[in-house]
Design a protein around this ligand. Structure first.
Ligand code: ZN
Ligand code: MN
Length: 490
């Protein structure tokens, strides 16, 4: 596209990881549950029932809004958004319309490599910005499954708390849209507002795209791609639609005459026009009469702000500053389980190289070898127990590698594995002393060489001891005992 640029804005729906649903006490975790088992008269919209806002969901949405740099409204309210669809029990969605929870945020993310650049060219990783237009809360609809001529309805998801996050049209390529969306996902996870598990549909995108001539400021009518469920789909759909709009402009000599809504066909790799005119929908918004306005005082916001974690991007830069590679730092931010383990190990060893060797090489190597998922890794405390045993001299650092692998493989604690394989180091000083005396008698040539000034000859004696004890002696201690025996202090 020589003289036209792509303008992209996103609307993101993120499922909040609360214990209960948005307006009732039903279990919010519907994953792999029998259909229509996590429902009640409130989320099924029975007449006469009253919704009650979920305090935890509001708190999570506020945390997210603040982490995104938004201004949280001192007061806001819910609205009814009416439309008819079989997966919407109440006949309306409880959402927020003209007074959303928060507005005007900004997300910094790393500039992605351009699709034509080879490797990580200049500018990759530089700071890019995408402004957040608004963030509001709403409840989710149920789920329809089409089976032949029939449609099955599962209302387990109906009433699940969602955050809708809308960006300004600040993104300039499909790659930027994905890089921003991935950063947003990390932020949602960091503030513990959403699991943001794409596979489970916990984060979904609607992407708006339009073209304009470079150097012009006016926004042209846009095409909105509905319901993209993965980063891959987001990128492919945007790339497809950008090219389609470009060809259309070439053909008609003008941008789109009006807004359109399209659907992405993942299997066919193309979009289909769903609606020509965007204002065809009239949701008849009006304030939800069953819910009072929400109030947030400045003091409450300040209290929440104090408890916020650092931004993932700041954390990533800090890991890199400490000596991790950018991809290792990224991996920690994308895998909270590994991050928790790494932080614990780093806190224990106070040595980034050592910690990265233990976590990235030994631990993740063992996980891959034994085909263990991240959720099956030993707990940070179990790994620290092992490091304590090494630090106290109970086992050697070398033996610890095998123990860690077996911990990953079997999930057993370090102590059990050490006992089962009799890996403990000889801790008894008297026993070590006897072995050292035995070594002195058994290696007369090396001892003679040492006495003649060949200090390195002592290594052979230490080696003999290690072999004799099957590696269960502490080489540093053996060395010290040998030195003491050969150079009696004055
Ligand atoms: Zn319910
Ligand atoms: Mn929405």
């Amino acid at each position: 596209m020589p003289n036209r640029e792509v303008i992209i804005g996103l609307e993101v729906h993120a499922q909040m990881n609360t214990r209960t649903k948005m307006f009732c006490g039903c279990d919010n975790d519907a994953w792999e549950k029998e259909p229509n088992t996590t429902v009640c008269p409130i989320c099924m919209g029975h007449p006469g029932t009253l919704p009650a806002p979920n305090r935890e969901a509001v708190a999570k949405a506020v945390r997210t809004a603040l982490e995104l740099g938004c201004t949280v409204a001192p007061t806001c309210h819910f609205d009814r958004k009416h439309y008819f669809y079989p997966d919407l029990p109440m006949g309306f969605q409880i959402s927020q319309y003209d007074f959303p929870l928060a507005r005007n945020g900004i997300v910094e993310y790393d500039k992605p490599p351009s699709p034509t650049a080879v490797g990580e060219g200049p500018g990759v990783g530089a700071t890019q910005h995408c402004r957040i237009h608004r963030l509001h809360m709403e409840n989710d609809a149920g789920k329809l499954t089409h089976v032949g001529p029939k449609t099955l309805c599962d209302f387990n998801r109906a009433g699940t708390p969602l955050m809708e996050i809308v960006t300004e049209p600040d993104l300039r390529s499909p790659g930027e849209a994905v890089a921003f969306a991935q950063e947003l996902r990390r932020i949602l996870i960091a503030v513990n507002a959403s699991e943001a598990d794409m596979f489970k549909g916990m984060m979904r995108f609607d992407a708006s795209i339009s073209l304009r001539e470079r150097g012009t400021e006016k926004l042209n009518p846009r095409s909105e791609i509905k319901n993209l469920n993965s980063f891959k789909a987001l990128e492919r759909a945007l790339a497809y639609e950008a090219e389609r709009l470009e060809r259309l402009w070439e053909k008609t000599g003008a941008p789109l005459p009006g807004n359109i809504t399209v659907g992405w066909r993942d299997d066919e790799g193309c979009t289909r026009v769903l609606r020509e005119k965007e204002d065809a929908q009239d949701y008849r918004y009006f304030p939800e009469p069953d819910l009072p306005p929400l109030q947030c005082t400045a003091e409450e916001l300040e209290e929440i702000r104090k408890g916020l974690p650092p931004l993932p991007r700041t954390q990533r830069q800090e890991y890199v500053r400490q000596g991790l590679t950018p991809s290792q730092a990224q991996m920690l931010l994308d895998s909270p389980q590994i991050q928790r383990i790494f932080d614990a190990v780093l806190g224990h060893t106070k040595d980034v190289r050592k910690a990265s060797g233990i976590v990235f090489t030994q631990l993740l190597g063992a996980a891959e070898k034994h085909k263990k998922g991240l959720h099956e890794l030993p707990a940070p405390s179990a790994i620290l127990d092992l490091l304590d045993l090494v630090a106290s001299g109970a086992i050697s650092g070398n033996a610890a590698k095998g123990v860690l692998e077996e911990m990953v493989q079997t999930g057993k604690p370090a102590e059990d594995i050490i006992a089962a394989h009799d890996l403990g180091q000889i801790a008894d000083e008297g026993e070590l002393q006897r072995i050292v005396e035995h070594a002195l008698a058994a290696n007369p040539n090396a001892i003679a060489a040492f006495r003649n000034g060949k200090t390195q000859a002592l290594g052979a004696v230490v080696g003999w001891v290690m072999k004799e004890t099957k590696g269960k002696a502490d080489p540093a201690k053996v060395n010290a005992l040998l030195q003491k025996a050969l150079n009696p202090s004055p």
